[in-house]
Design a binder for this molecule. Structure first.
Ligand SMILES: [Fe+2]
Length: 295
């Protein structure tokens, strides 16, 4: 069901050092040379960035700021109905700008006093071990471009709306931020690729696409749902299953296709007990046992 914020466009660095984002022909910005030039420039900022230095300023057009304002306004209405109390608390604490796209540097400066998290710019897909590993240090890799202005409520790839409205508002919560850190520590601890993939899938079905019972209703806390205007109302009608580590860690998902299986925690405490404790203690052997006992 969830098809937004899933697919990263490939990035190529050419012989002269310039960075090119390879948009698919179906991408809404494919035939817009001005947008594509901006995408290349923004990707170049991330490629050239060194951790610990300020994140370079990305240039956006007025129309792009208007996209942010429109999506922020419309998502806020949906969040009031469908987001968890804890996430809504994060929205209030963080206080993101509502009428212009925030710079990633600014997002980190808002977050750091709250939960210690800062943002790192990503040109595109970041390798799993690096993406998850740096969560342990309080860093979050984020794309910096925004979706094409012609379709403000659709994006075929994770853009700054997803990364900031979806993830930063969650990272502003002490309890969610602690879970992100534990996922990072787990990714650092495991050695094999199979165990790392298991850890990342549990992240996918919780912090990206998780839902939980909250105030007697099914509400979303996953960033992929909460940044997805077109589909945020759909999750209550999907195939929602009880929280189950073995199933989450082994259920296949195709990131380019609809996301139609979700996992429900009974409460935030339940999520912390099951998933938080798993990330806090798992290693290659314990993950292999979980997989083996559920074959
Ligand atoms: Fe995400």
């Amino acid at each position: 069901m969830f098809e937004e914020a899933q697919y990263f466009a490939p990035i190529a660095t050419q012989d002269d050092g310039s960075v090119v984002v390879e948009l698919a022909a179906s991408h809404p910005g494919f035939a817009d040379p001005v947008y594509r030039a901006r995408r290349n420039a923004i990707a170049g900022l991330a490629v050239g960035h060194r951790r610990g230095t300020p994140i370079p300023v990305a240039e956006y057009t007025e129309r792009e700021h208007e996209v942010w304002a429109l999506v922020t306004r419309e998502l806020a209405v949906k969040h009031a109905a469908y987001a968890t109390e804890e996430y809504l608390g994060g929205v209030d604490r963080l206080g993101l700008p509502r009428t212009r796209i925030p710079q990633l540097q600014e997002v980190g400066e808002l977050l750091e006093p709250l939960t210690g998290f800062r943002y790192l710019p990503a040109a595109g897909l970041v390798p799993l071990r690096d993406f998850y590993g740096v969560l342990a240090d309080g860093y979050f890799h984020s794309t910096q471009y925004i979706r094409h202005h012609s379709v403000p409520f659709y994006t075929p790839e994770p853009d700054v709306v997803h990364e900031v409205i979806g993830h930063a508002n969650a990272l502003a919560s002490d309890r969610y931020a602690a879970l992100y850190r534990l996922a990072g520590e787990a990714a650092r601890r495991v050695e094999g690729e199979a165990a790392l993939e298991f850890v990342s899938k549990v992240f996918w079905f919780t912090l990206e696409f998780g839902v939980m019972l909250d105030g007697g209703e099914l509400r979303a806390y996953g960033a992929g749902i909460l940044s997805s205007y077109g589909e945020i109302e759909e999750f209550r009608g999907m195939d929602v299953r009880p929280l189950d580590l073995a199933m989450m860690g082994t259920t296949h998902y195709d990131i380019t296709k609809y996301q139609d299986v979700l996992f429900r925690a009974d409460s935030l405490q339940h999520l912390e007990d099951v998933v938080g404790d798993f990330w806090a203690t798992c290693d290659d052997d314990s993950i292999a046992k979980i997989v083996a006992t559920n074959l």
